[in-house]
Ligand binder design. Structure first.
Ligand code: SAM
Length: 261
């Protein structure tokens, strides 16, 4: 890892949500900080390897990151591709200005109910990465998000989608690790088992992404989907699965890599 901008925004819940109380020790804070950088790097590395394998323009690929949050992954993409066009999208206004000033990317704020992202060019990007977005919405919204995301990828380009799939299902069966009500957790698991998709809202007072829930509303919860469900969405968008890595991101999200034919 070289030339990484290490700045972290105080509202970045991908970092602060895991802090807990002020009583957390300095050693533990240091550990969380390392984890934050490691998780960002982990997904950025999957992006890099995919570009090396599939994209002819290896030096300056056009990259879309949707959503970008406060740049957990973006900072690594920028360090790996200093001259690339990197377009980022998020609903968080603070995140969008932070990304623009810190990482020199084109960050755009979308509306909370925007599932079309019409301000982005269609069939344009060499690579699109969606780190943990359909992991938060119900089935109908997740379908719309995917349809739009896939439409932005150029022919021959790559789309990377992370999701709560097989690995999360196994973990969730053992323990309710995602802060949803027990009965909602059971319904979500049943949905996953029967139709390949389950959704639950976070329980009140949760610490996972309370700021985002406040901004987006209770539509923002926790979802799980099977790989078959994801394949059904990708089929009509001319996306072919080239690889699925189970639990490859953040020790619980599966990572699907598609190529547009
Ligand atoms: C779990 S975070 C992941 C952020 C980033 N990919 C990362 O790994 O740090 C989910 C992000 O989705 C954003 N978000 C919520 N609704 C959205 C929407 N309709 N379109 C784009 N982003 C959205 C939230 O603001 C939040 O930053």
């Amino acid at each position: 890892m070289k030339n990484i901008n290490l700045a972290i925004h105080s509202s970045d819940q991908m970092y602060t949500a895991f802090h807990g109380e002020d009583s957390v020790s300095t050693d533990f804070r240091d550990f969380l900080l390392c984890e934050y950088y490691r998780k960002g790097y982990e997904l950025a590395l999957i992006v890099k390897k995919s570009i090396e394998q599939w994209i002819p323009n290896k030096e300056t690929p056009k990259i879309l990151e949707l959503p970008s949050g406060f740049g957990r992954v973006t900072r690594h993409l920028r360090a790996m591709y200093p001259k690339s066009l990197i377009d980022c999208v998020d609903v968080e206004p603070e995140a969008v200005s932070f990304l623009t000033t810190q990482f020199g990317v084109n960050a755009t704020r979308c509306e909370v109910d925007d599932w079309k992202y019409e301000f982005l060019n269609s069939s344009f990007y060499d690579l699109g990465v969606m780190g943990s977005l359909i992991t938060h919405f119900n089935e109908q919204k997740s379908k719309s998000i995917l349809l739009s995301f896939f439409s932005k990828i150029a022919p021959g380009g790559v789309a990377i989608v992370t999701f709560h799939g097989e690995r999360s299902y196994e973990l969730m069966k053992q323990k309710n690790i995602y802060q949803v009500q027990p009965e909602d957790a059971s319904n979500m698991l049943r949905g996953y088992e029967t139709v390949g998709f389950g959704f639950a809202k976070y329980k009140s007072g949760h610490s996972m992404e309370s700021g985002t829930t406040e901004l987006v509303g209770h539509e923002y919860g926790f979802s799980m989907n099977s790989l078959d469900w994801l394949l059904a969405q990708s089929k009509d968008c001319r996306m072919e699965l080239v690889e699925c890595r189970f639990g490859a991101w953040d020790d619980h999200q599966d990572v699907a890599i598609f190529r547009k034919v």
